[in-house]
Design a protein around this ligand. Structure first.
Ligand code: KG4
Ligand code: ZN
Length: 359
């Protein structure tokens, strides 16, 4: 095995098109380029991602992003060892754009094609910036995913908690929409919350007394909708509701993370310090980071947060997962089909509705 690997990573599963070149040389990871084109300007009018528009926007820019990523990395196609693309989970139209681009390059350049699970990208993203030994716990909180997964080893994942309805980012976005704030809602709620009274409204915390690591946010959003319908949506109301919502979310995340950490301790016997990697767009929220940090001394664990640019969707994490797969010769054929649903833990069952967490 040669000691320098360079891989193109393509990401197009949701509302960011991203292409990155990542190099591994003598065990050192370098992100040579990481170009991200957000589609927020397209979707903000609708208050959420419109799949058809997302797919078109990916296909409009994907070729230009590949050229830009190569230019910025001062790399030619000849110096590339393989092409990795997100093949799921995500919106099918977007996945098709990235996967077809990746396969076309692989075929034309006669290089291996690697189909990457987007969640594996998030799980490994911390390695773009620091060394970490397996095993560790992943808390992924984004617009599409909310889960605790034990990263036992490369390609060996066990999900121990998930949401039975909305993803956490979705709960932020829906609440922001109810409060007539902009999109994406998370950063808006965070801004308003800093100026409001978190004790103004008492909101429900679904599943909070169940000693598991599963979430439910639909009831919380309905409670907000109910209060909104009975009040005038003044600036003061928006600030107090945002503060109450965010503080309720913090309590939920704190308790469920404590449950997940305890479950991890039961399941994993390791000499290593217990590390929890928090990834996904919601991990940008400063109050959530602060509240999780308070668990460190209680549970004797440490939280690691990738930089924001690697928390949100990016091609670099896909290229990195591609490098790990390249080293293990885990290539895919050109007839690999994108998978809109693709759990990281193959044994994790589909969870929807309250009954799913009672068994
Ligand atoms: O990981 P991401 O960029 O895209 C995927 O969903 O895969 O996450 C986007 C989500 C959105 O729901 C957005 O509202 C949320 O992350 N988000 C935040 C913050 N910044 C982004 N939620 C809470 N607080 C934030 N500061
Ligand atoms: Zn993501």
């Amino acid at each position: 095995m040669k000691n320098r690997i360079r891989i193109i990573g393509i990401e197009s599963s949701c509302d960011e098109t991203s292409v990155s070149i990542v190099q591994k040389s003598d065990n050192k990871i370098d992100v040579l380029s990481n170009i991200v084109k957000s589609q927020i300007d397209i979707h903000k009018y609708y208050g959420g991602v419109v799949p058809e528009l997302a797919a078109r926007a990916h296909s409009d820019v994907i070729d230009k992003l590949v050229s830009k990523a190569l230019d910025e990395a001062k790399t030619t196609f000849k110096q590339i060892d393989a092409i990795a693309a997100t093949a799921g989970p995500g919106l099918l139209g977007g996945l098709l754009v990235g996967v077809v681009a990746g396969k076309t390059l692989a075929h034309y350049l006669k290089k291996p094609f690697i189909a990457v699970n987007h969640l594996e990208g998030h799980a490994l993203s911390i390695k773009l910036e620091q060394d970490i030994n397996y095993p560790y716990l992943l808390l992924l909180v984004s617009g599409g995913h909310t889960e605790f997964t034990i990263i036992k080893n490369f390609n060996s994942y066990k999900r121990i908690g998930t949401t039975i309805d909305d993803a956490l980012g979705e709960a932020f976005d829906k609440t922001a929409r109810l409060l007539k704030m902009g999109y994406p809602g998370g950063p808006e709620i965070e801004k308003y919350a800093a100026l409001g009274d978190e004790n103004k409204f008492r909101l429900p915390m679904p599943l909070i007394y169940e000693k598991n690591a599963h979430f439910s946010f639909a009831g919380l959003k309905s409670a907000v909708a109910n209060i909104v319908s009975k009040n005038r949506c003044t600036e003061k109301f928006k600030k107090d509701m945002a503060a109450s919502f965010q503080s309720t979310i913090n309590k939920i995340i704190f308790t469920k993370t404590q449950n997940a950490v305890r479950k991890y301790k039961q399941l994993v016997k390791s000499e290593n310090d217990l590390k929890i990697v928090v990834a996904g767009g919601v991990a940008a929220n400063k109050s959530i980071r602060k509240s999780l940090k308070a668990l460190e001394s209680i549970e004797d664990c440490k939280f690691l947060f990738p930089s924001i640019k690697y928390c949100t969707d990016n091609g670099a994490m896909i290229a990195l997962a591609g490098i790990e797969r390249f080293e293990r010769r885990k290539f895919n054929k050109l007839d690999f089909k994108p998978r809109p649903r693709w759990p990281l833990d193959k044994n994790a069952f589909f969870m929807k509705g309250k009954r799913a967490v009672e068994g």
